[in-house]
Design a protein around this ligand. Structure first.
Ligand SMILES: NC(=O)c1ccc[n+]([C@@H]2O[C@H](COP(=O)([O-])OP(=O)(O)OC[C@H]3O[C@@H](n4cnc5c(N)ncnc54)[C@H](OP(=O)(O)O)[C@@H]3O)[C@@H](O)[C@H]2O)c1
Length: 250
């Protein structure tokens, strides 16, 4: 079956950013449980080692600060050298910094853009040559409904996610044009019960395991766009009644 073939191929070796916590951690578990090998990336080596210890021999820890462009370049070089069999890149790591722009520290703005946008773009571009050599390869970008309609309190976050959605589409076009066989998947995530969504969302939040399962389904089915949970409502409103979508998420 096509789905089984794709699953087996894509589960080969995966790099998951933000593999130390939240959705990324659940995704590392899900991929390892399916028999894949996962390169788990994050800043906190101890938390990454704890995830790796749950899956002996299946998880490799790659500690890196994705807010540092030099560290991202070093990560691309290390993966290219040591993991030429990489089949899946999941750009999952992100931060959401509540801020009033009037009083914002420019360094904070740049860091959020670096982690949420510059790093996924550089990882995708830098690892394309490796992925292109491996059948069934895919790039997954985890985005958000706030890419469609922004939240006032997180202006940079929404902007980075909107840009990442746009980038995903252009990258998909290029992969199609070059017949590289690399699938580019945008997973528009709903509210998930992680540190990022602490204190908001109430019972509307889904569990990290459910969020990871949605990413796995997107990979299995090679869906260019997946709208997780109620995010489809925002997508529909954005077409039919954008002012309402803006009001709901503002
Ligand atoms: N939670 C939600 O409600 C929600 C909703 C929509 C979309 N999303 C998206 O889902 C994805 C995962 O979010 P989450 O809720 O799982 O977040 P989370 O629980 O806060 O985890 C964030 C992950 O990113 C890593 N990270 C943060 N800064 C980093 C840096 N400078 N370098 C390397 N890694 C870094 C963290 O690891 P270290 O601390 O070890 O660095 C951690 O593993 C994000 O793209 C987010 O935008 C989440």
């Amino acid at each position: 079956m096509a789905t089984d073939r794709t699953t087996a191929e894509v589960m080969g070796k995966a790099l998951v950013t933000g593999g130390s916590a939240g959705i990324g951690r659940a995704l590392v578990r899900a991929l390892a449980d399916r028999g894949g090998h996962v390169l788990a990336v994050g800043r906190d080596r101890d938390r990454l080692e704890a995830v790796a210890a749950e899956h002996p021999g299946r998880v490799t820890v790659l500690a890196a600060d994705l807010g540092d462009p030099a560290a991202v370049d070093a990560l691309v070089a290390a993966v290219t050298r040591d993991h030429p069999d990489l089949t899946l890149l999941v750009n999952n790591a992100a931060i959401q910094v509540p801020m009033r722009l009037m009083h914002a520290d420019p360094a904070d703005l740049r860091t959020e853009i670096a982690i949420n946008l510059a790093a996924p773009v550089a990882l995708a571009a830098g690892l394309l040559p490796v992925l292109a050599r491996n059948p069934g390869a895919a790039v997954v970008n985890v985005t958000s409904a706030l890419a469609v309609a922004p939240k006032a309190a997180a202006p940079v976050y929404g902007a980075t996610k909107a840009a990442l959605r746009n980038f995903s589409r252009a990258l998909r076009y290029q992969c199609e044009d070059e017949a590289s066989g690399i699938a580019v998947l945008d997973v528009v995530m709903t509210l998930v019960d992680t540190a990022m969504a602490a204190g908001r969302g109430g019972r509307a939040k889904i569990s990290p395991d459910k969020a990871a399962a949605a990413v796995m389904t997107a990979i299995d089915r090679r869906r260019p766009e997946s709208w997780v949970g109620p995010t489809w409502v925002i997508r529909l409103l954005d077409r039919l009644w954008p002012a309402l979508a803006y009001r709901l998420l503002r």
